[in-house]
Design a protein around this ligand. Structure first.
Ligand SMILES: *Cc1c(COP(=O)(O)O)cnc(C)c1O
Length: 360
């Protein structure tokens, strides 16, 4: 690659690269590991069979039926004109940066946070500003207001619950951030359905035309393979995204599958309560073993106290258990899976002995 005339801001960058190994227990990218209910599979397949008869034509560029289904799913009086979708919320975020970021503009977030934010910034030539979180990873209105006053960013992303720390996001923080600058405020709610204690930021949309709430069907909704992320915002924001989206960016098959799945939202979310229970069971077991488990409103835990995270990662990997090493000192991130997967990861870590080091 070094011989190529690459754009300057991409030189030396690494692509997103969570390992995709086929292992029996895969708990590294926060997927919902529970299978989709059979009755939903049948309806999706029937919908795809109908949709495939029309693929000689371009799909509905405005995906009206899907936007109505997403508005209905979110509730709170949202209308289809306030909804947008793309191939994963990563694409939604990229479109936002294409429309509101770019050369001379900046994106600020609070780290550690989702590793795609800086990559999306460099891909759109947007300056990346990272402000470190305090040691408990929790944001406060004071910290956020001070950071926005200091850096004057054009775009801010607040991830709640935050990946990779699991930290929930308080409503006062969102409101303080919105009032502290006049740029675009994105709340990334990829894990919102797992957080029973915090209401979605979509309730804050009325009267706040610079607030964008990003969501995805990839996590709680068990639909990562379909690639469907979405956004709720003021209709003017959606108009801005139409300027940068590629024509017909959502395929007819994607639209059909997502619309069918949303008809069965209750069934699709049936596993969420169990996943939260497994997460809490995993947290209690690892606390018992002497690890530090950070509070999480999501379907994963950030766990500290590993003497050598890379060694623990490798030891589990050798046993067919894939978790995530994000290079946070002493920490590893573990997705909550099924009861059997949770048993397997607890047993494997317990067998390693104190600090995740294999005892002699
Ligand atoms: C997983 C994740 C996403 C979702 O990405 P998709 O492109 O919708 O699959 C977005 N934001 C965060 C913080 C995530 O962890």
């Amino acid at each position: 690659m070094s011989d190529l005339p690459l754009r300057v801001n991409l030189v030396g960058k690494q692509p997103y690269g969570a390992p995709q190994d086929l292992v029996p227990v895969s708990l590294n990218v926060n997927e919902n590991t529970h299978p989709i209910p059979d009755e939903v599979v049948a309806d999706i397949v029937a919908s795809l069979a109908t949709a495939v008869r029309s693929v000689n034509r371009y799909p509905d560029r405005e995906f009206d039926e899907l936007r109505a289904a997403l508005a209905g799913y979110l509730g709170h009086g949202l209308t289809p004109a306030q909804l947008w979708a793309a191939n994963g919320s990563n694409e939604v975020l990229q479109q936002i940066l294409q429309a509101f970021g770019g050369p001379g503009r900046s994106l600020l977030s609070f780290t550690p946070t989702y590793s795609m934010y800086p990559l999306l910034a460099s891909g759109t030539d947007t300056a990346w500003i990272d402000v470190p979180r305090p040691s408990d990873y929790a944001l406060t209105p004071e910290l956020v207001v001070a950071a926005l006053a200091e850096h004057q960013p054009d775009i801010v992303i607040l991830c709640g619950p935050n990946n990779p720390t699991g930290t929930p996001l308080d409503r006062e923080v969102i409101l303080a951030a919105y009032d502290a600058f006049d740029g675009i405020l994105i709340v990334d709610e990829a894990y919102q359905e797992f957080d029973t204690e915090h209401e979605s930021a979509v309730t804050l949309l009325p009267g706040r035309h610079r607030l964008l709430v990003s969501r995805t069907m990839s996590k709680a909704f068990a639909f990562a393979g379909v690639r469907l992320g979405y956004l709720a915002a003021d209709p003017a924001v959606i108009d801005a995204l139409r300027l940068v989206r590629l024509p017909y960016h959502l395929s007819a098959l994607t639209q059909a599958a997502a619309t069918a799945a949303l008809r069965h939202a209750d069934a699709m979310l049936r596993a969420v309560a169990d996943i939260r229970m497994q997460r809490d069971r995993l947290g209690a077991a690892l606390t018992e073993l002497g690890y530090t488990v950070h509070p999480s409103g999501a379907n994963f835990l950030l766990v500290g106290g590993f003497a050598d995270p890379a060694a623990t990662f490798a030891a589990l990997r050798a046993e067919g258990i894939l978790i995530r090493n994000l290079s946070i000192d002493g920490h590893l991130r573990i997705t909550a899976g099924t009861a059997a997967e949770t048993d397997a990861v607890i047993a494997a870590i317990a067998a390693l002995g104190a600090g995740g080091a294999r005892s002699a």
